[in-house]
Design a binder for this molecule. Structure first.
Ligand SMILES: [Zn+2]
Length: 169
């Protein structure tokens, strides 16, 4: 019985795609943001077969509205490569990038963007013509349920805290 179970687990492991594997790493970054009471968005940048940069949202911690996960990862990846173009790299990010990050990714000429859940209010895809570099490939919906769940839980908790504060006044 035990052997049978582990065989199934092996199969499950084989079924995880590279996109999902890297998105799990980006989700790990988003949990770091959550622990720091930041909006839980995380990302990684993959070059070749390795993770060359990581980032999570730090706008509160740094008092910097531009400190989005992607902005930090772009800077780190470019420093790692000693070059400003990331055309051979893939960005994995838990939530659809905003217009600011999309424009920065355009400047970096990122090869591919893989994101989890959509951001229906602030996502870059609301803007036409596209804010991205014409050569950038986009994949969406990877582990989107998990990515969205973190965001929803975070904002529900924030709203609850606000209500409690109001009641105590
Ligand atoms: Zn952004």
């Amino acid at each position: 019985m035990t052997a049978k179970k582990s065989k199934t687990e092996d199969n499950i492991e084989l079924m995880i795609s590279d996109d999902e594997k890297y998105m799990l790493a980006a989700l790990g970054e988003s949990r770091k943001a959550l622990e720091e009471n930041e909006v839980p968005i995380g990302c990684i940048i993959v070059g070749g077969d390795s993770v060359i940069a990581r980032g999570h949202n730090l706008t509160q911690t740094l008092n910097d509205p531009t400190a989005h996960a992607e902005m930090q990862a772009i800077t780190a990846a470019a420093a790692y490569l000693s070059g400003k173009y990331l055309d051979r790299c893939t960005l994995y990010v838990t939530v659809e990038p905003c217009p600011m990050c999309a424009a920065a990714l355009n400047w970096a000429q990122i090869g591919k963007i893989v994101y989890g859940c959509k951001d229906p209010k602030r996502g870059f895809s609301l803007f036409k013509p596209s804010l991205l570099h014409p050569k950038t490939e986009v994949v969406s919906g990877i582990l989107d349920g998990e990515c969205e769940k973190l965001m929803k839980e975070f904002f529900a908790k924030k709203r609850k805290a606000k209500t409690i504060r109001k009641k105590n006044k």
